[in-house]
Design a protein around this ligand. Structure first.
Ligand SMILES: NC(=O)c1ccc[n+]([C@@H]2O[C@H](COP(=O)([O-])OP(=O)(O)OC[C@H]3O[C@@H](n4cnc5c(N)ncnc54)[C@H](O)[C@@H]3O)[C@@H](O)[C@H]2O)c1
Length: 328
């Protein structure tokens, strides 16, 4: 039985990729997501999750952004063993619903949406927290999120000139360089032999390595004065001592970060957080206070980014006639 003849739009991974969502549009949507969240104008409970063994987990992430008419939920898995099986580490589905009726309007693959919005969250952090004139970026973990992050940094940092990249797999860093140097010809790329080599002297550091419980590769004494570190991988990359050394700790959502720490599987050594990036973007609290501060921004990933980015994809798909109609 169908629901009053209603249907939803299904967008496969190829359908979403075929829409060619530009990073500049996603960056604007994610910045707006931060701003609205900072003003308290969204529904955003902390994500809930289940641990699935070996560092794998799955999260359920609902959000409502009334100003954009975006209501939805992401079901996403992070399975660090997947790349060895030829599968993406991060995958899932997003369901969008009509905010007026609650009826589902779209179901789409979440892989690309997640990468775009996660990279954009690093871009927004850089725009608001990097020191003026930031020219050197380091990317530690040259996988899916690392690539998206560099695309966003290139949009957000007009002075960016040099990119250092570090991956434990040489093939990952070399494909990162060949793919992104073609896309971003104004940047000079350097492959580094260790994570510390990439980080010392960088103005902005993005880390996106697996959360597999291994010892973090980045310790205290590496982040130079004035640098910004954006961790997309919880506490996988930086030791507790390195985090404690920062002058300012910012996160994409204070209550979600506190809930994640309280849940116990991650962030045991996390120091007290000073600021919420949403409130910084909304102008409600300061970001960087001076050019010498070391800032760590911990972006765990928030669902308002997902539903706003998915909404962009849905609108584009409707305009392009993309995807497959399914009865409810
Ligand atoms: N914060 C968020 O919103 C968010 C969203 C999606 C994914 N993630 C997390 O980001 C991380 C990366 O995800 P992905 O999809 O890019 O995975 P991926 O498998 O595509 O990339 C990870 C890369 O890190 C490399 N690596 C592993 N150990 C390393 C080390 N010690 N030093 C340097 N490189 C190392 C791997 O070789 C791989 O190339 C995961 O922890 C994932 O859970 C966070």
């Amino acid at each position: 039985m169908t629901v009053g003849g209603a249907s939803l739009l299904y967008l496969s991974r190829d359908d979403v990729a075929g829409l060619g969502l530009p990073m500049s549009d996603v960056l604007a949507a994610v910045e707006e997501s931060f701003r609205l969240k900072g003003r308290g104008e969204v529904g955003l409970p902390a994500k809930i999750g289940v641990e699935a063994g070996g560092g794998a987990f799955a999260h359920a992430m609902p959000a409502f952004v009334p100003a954009a008419g975006a209501l939805g939920v992401k079901w996403v898995g992070s399975f660090p063993g997947n790349p060895a099986r030829g599968l993406p580490a991060v995958s899932g589905l997003i369901v969008l619903s009509d905010p007026a009726t609650g009826l589902p309007t779209a179901v789409m693959d979440a892989t690309l949406v997640t990468a775009l919005r996660t990279g954009a969250s690093a871009g927004v952090a850089a725009r608001w927290l990097a020191r003026e004139g930031a020219a050197v970026a380091a990317v530690v973990g040259c996988g899916v999120q690392g690539r998206a992050s560099l695309r966003a940094l290139a949009e957000a940092l007009p002075g960016l000139r040099e990119v250092r990249c570090r991956d434990v797999h040489e093939s990952a860093s070399s494909s990162f360089v060949s793919e992104l140097s073609a896309e971003l010809p104004g940047l000079e790329f350097r492959v580094c032999d260790s994570a510390p080599e990439a980080v010392v002297g960088a103005d902005v550091v993005v880390t996106a390595i697996p959360m597999d419980g291994g010892r973090p590769p980045l310790d205290a004494g590496l982040l130079v004065a004035g640098a910004l570190a954006v961790a997309l991988d919880y506490d996988a990359a930086w030791t507790a001592a390195a985090m404690a050394e920062c002058d300012r700790l910012v996160t994409d959502d204070l209550s979600q970060t506190q809930a994640t720490k309280a849940a116990g599987a991650h962030l045991a050594g996390l120091p007290v957080i000073d600021a919420d990036l949403g409130r910084v973007v909304a102008g409600l609290e300061p970001g960087r206070r001076d050019a010498a501060q070391r800032i760590l921004c911990l972006n765990l990933g928030i669902a308002t980014h997902d539903v706003l980015t998915a909404r962009l994809a849905y609108e584009r798909a409707l305009a392009a006639g993309a995807g497959t109609r399914l009865p409810l």
